[in-house]
Design a protein around this ligand. Structure first.
Ligand SMILES: NC(=O)c1ccc[n+]([C@@H]2O[C@H](COP(=O)([O-])OP(=O)(O)OC[C@H]3O[C@@H](n4cnc5c(N)ncnc54)[C@H](O)[C@@H]3O)[C@@H](O)[C@H]2O)c1
Ligand SMILES: *[C@@H]1O[C@H](CO)[C@@H](O)[C@H](O)[C@H]1NC(C)=O
Length: 312
């Protein structure tokens, strides 16, 4: 049976563990906080039972069968024994990640794949203290990975095609939706697109064109309706009689004109930005009670969407 080691048992480490066991892999969880990995399994058990109840447990195995594949360790060497793939999920801190990979490399064979969950650090920084970087990459998940399946695979400049392909195959096997970046770049693909949306939304509110409430509706009642199923490229391809080339012949010039009228990168910490933040807080106060209520609603809605997407 194939074994994967998950290092770090927080939110993302627990999610990865559930995703990997759903694909039938044996998962060994390690955390450097004593007892933390064992506590993570208790939390995973609870979640798996709830998911099974809601008919949303992923994979062919029952919750009991999936749970029997997971074990916890307070010792890194034991946790790494027998693994062919390591998914790191520790704090988002460069020095911590570098030292985790340095320690890990000493304890595993040459061909074990070393993969990081980092959201914001590029592979050439994360793996700078590893000797053999050909087997290193970032596999960046989206929260919560159990429902949102995208994984961005980002190579180190030295990562081999075979390692990219093996990770792509693994992610596909466990039911995630991997994409390949051909080179590393700050923010990868997802966060860059997200930042572009954030910037223009912020400017439109700042310039007094629309309210905070209405810019959110542009996405939730407009663009977002199709983006849950088709991306921006296919959207354009379908929106002109003869496809994308035709679309650009018709609309390319006006898109360029509009883009040239975009303002500079916003200063999100400026005095005027405070007004935008206040406007948001009038809609949804930023106390824990209001925020956790809205988070619960978001997760329920995501669950419903995941169900819908499963059938398409
Ligand atoms: N939370 C998200 O939305 C999200 C999304 C995508 C990627 N990520 C990335 O995933 C990683 C983990 O994020 P998280 O939200 O699960 O964090 P978290 O704080 O919930 O969990 C981190 C865990 O790592 C453990 N840890 C810290 N140092 C360690 C070490 N040296 N060895 C072993 N374990 C150690 C901690 O005890 C903790 O249990 C980060 O790099 C983050 O950027 C997070
Ligand atoms: C990796 O996969 C790509 C695309 O599927 C393929 O063209 C390439 O030959 C593969 N490379 C290796 C080394 O497996």
């Amino acid at each position: 049976m194939k074994t994967i080691t998950v290092i770090g048992s927080g939110l993302i480490g627990r999610s990865w563990s559930m995703v990997f066991t759903s694909g039938g892999f044996r998962v060994k969880i390690y955390d450097n906080q004593p007892e933390q990995a064992a506590k993570a399994i208790t939390e995973i058990r609870k979640q798996m039972e709830e998911l099974e109840e809601a008919h949303m447990l992923r994979g062919e195995l029952t919750a009991v069968q999936q749970l029997s594949l997971i074990s916890s360790y307070d010792d890194l060497a034991q946790a790494l024994e027998g693994a062919f793939f390591v998914q790191e999920c520790v704090f988002e801190n460069l020095e911590v990640k570098q030292s985790v990979f340095q320690d890990t490399e000493r304890l595993v064979g040459e061909d074990v794949i070393l993969s990081s969950s980092t959201s914001c650090l590029v592979p050439s920084d994360v793996f700078s203290k590893v000797q053999n970087r050909r087997r290193c990459l970032v596999s960046h998940p989206v929260n919560p990975p159990y429902y949102v399946k995208l994984v961005e695979l980002v190579p180190h400049p030295e990562t081999t095609a075979a390692v990219m392909n093996a990770t792509y195959a693994l992610m596909t096997k466990v039911g995630q939706a991997p994409i390949r970046l051909k080179k590393e770049i700050d923010g990868f693909a997802l966060n860059r697109v997200q930042a572009a949306i954030t910037a223009e939304s912020w400017r439109l509110v700042q310039d007094g064109i629309v309210s905070v409430k209405d810019i959110d509706l542009v996405m939730s009642e407009g663009l977002g309706m199709r983006y849950a199923f088709i991306g921006p490229m296919e959207t354009m391809h379908l929106n002109a009689p003869e496809g994308l080339g035709d679309y650009m012949n018709r609309y390319g010039r006006s898109i360029t004109r509009m883009l040239n009228s975009f303002g500079p990168v916003p200063d999100f910490l400026s005095q005027t930005s405070k007004n935008i933040i206040n406007e948001m807080c009038e809609l949804i106060p930023s106390d824990q009670q209001h925020l956790s209520g809205r988070r619960e609603r978001r997760d329920q809605l995501l669950l419903g969407l995941a169900k819908l997407k499963k059938d398409h």
